[in-house]
Ligand binder design. Structure first.
Ligand code: UDP
Length: 327
């Protein structure tokens, strides 16, 4: 019988891709999701339990019924700007949710816990690329809620005798290469879906800041394909960490693209010229975020990014846009 993995947030952007890869690798993914932002139609690779991360009874029932050896925890609120307006909500869902979940995992004998963290824990790093030794210092409640969760896991892992893997994702982007799953364009805040939308609909696109200390004045990010992000979880499952210990990885490619370079790529792939407006800086944006220490995942997990070409990342999002909008 295939090994069961409980995936919180399995109906979401990265969680659903992870479930697809889990099933392809012979695991049985069980999605636990409240569908607040996830899409039930993305839950195609195993059963689904509809439940909130803060609902202890529902979590108990799911862990009791499916008895997973591993829990992969994606369920979270992820909008930086919203987190500055609603910090209580973010601390509640992200930090308290993770704490509640690890406690339940301990009670139910879960052996491995894989956690979605973020490069936002580094705040405004003093240098680039950002290594795992770079001091953390989040600059918004979203980043703090993830860093607090990391701390909870670190402190609880040995007590709970659970092996913990923490992945700090850089800019997760792209869409399922088969165009069966993907990002939401409606209300999207991230760069690539917004650019694709602008290219397809002919609506204006705003560049937030052209006076950064970068080659072309726009911010530079490490865009890592969602398929690669999901695949890191499979690698962690195959090479599990010892009970009671914690390991941490930066999940990125180790190279960056500027906003203008991504814009050029979207114009190339879609064949449309985008109506670009230059706006002031967005609050909280740092000029450059590129993952360092990416070889740690290569050495310890045998993982490295496969979709490193920005045009390929953009093409997958464009293909998904076409699927979503076909009549
Ligand atoms: N960005 C932009 N216009 C947009 C959305 C994003 O210029 O409509 C810029 C943003 O200021 C940042 C980069 O694109 O420099 C990546 O932003 P995104 O929200 O995708 O990810 P973040 O790095 O903020 O997590």
């Amino acid at each position: 019988m295939s090994e069961t993995v409980l995936v919180t947030g399995g109906a979401g952007y990265i969680g659903s891709q992870c479930c697809k890869l889990l099933a392809a690798n012979g695991y049985r993914p069980v999605t636990y999701d409240n569908t607040s932002s996830g899409r039930p139609e993305f839950v195609r690779y195993g059963p689904m339990v509809e439940g909130d991360i803060l609902d202890g009874c529902r979590l108990d029932a799911a862990l009791q019924e499916y008895r997973p050896k591993t829990v992969v925890h994606f369920a979270a609120l992820i909008e930086v700007e919203e987190s500055t307006r609603e910090p209580t909500l973010y601390y509640d869902v992200n930090a308290c949710g993770t704490l509640a979940l690890i406690e339940k995992c301990k009670e139910h004998g879960v052996e491995q816990f894989i956690f979605s963290s973020t490069a936002a824990v580094y705040g405004e790093p003093p240098s680039s690329p950002v290594t795992l030794d770079t001091p953390t210092g989040p600059i918004n409640p979203y980043g703090w809620s993830k860093l607090m969760s990391e701390r909870f896991l670190e402190d609880c892992a040995s007590d709970a005798e659970i092996g913990v893997t923490i992945f700090r994702y850089f800019n997760a982007s792209g869409s399922d290469p088969d165009a069966e799953l993907g990002v939401n364009f409606d209300g999207a805040s991230h760069l690539i879906p917004r650019l694709i939308f602008a290219a397809a609909e002919g609506t204006p696109f705003s560049i937030f800041g052209t006076d950064y200390d970068t080659a072309d004045g726009t911010c530079v990010r490490d865009y890592i394909h969602v398929w690669d992000v999901a695949n890191a979880h499979i690698a962690a499952l195959k090479l599990q960490v010892e009970a009671g210990s914690v390991r941490r990885f930066n999940i990125g490619v180790g190279r960056g693209f500027s906003v203008k370079e991504v814009l050029d790529s979207v114009e190339r792939i879609t064949g449309s010229q985008i109506d670009v407006q230059q706006k002031g800086r967005r609050a909280g944006d740092v000029s450059e975020l590129i993952a360092g220490d990416v070889e740690k995942a290569a050495v310890e997990l045998g993982w490295k990014a496969e979709f490193t070409d920005i045009d390929e990342i953009v093409r997958h999002v464009w293909n998904w846009y076409c699927v979503e909008n076909q009549t």
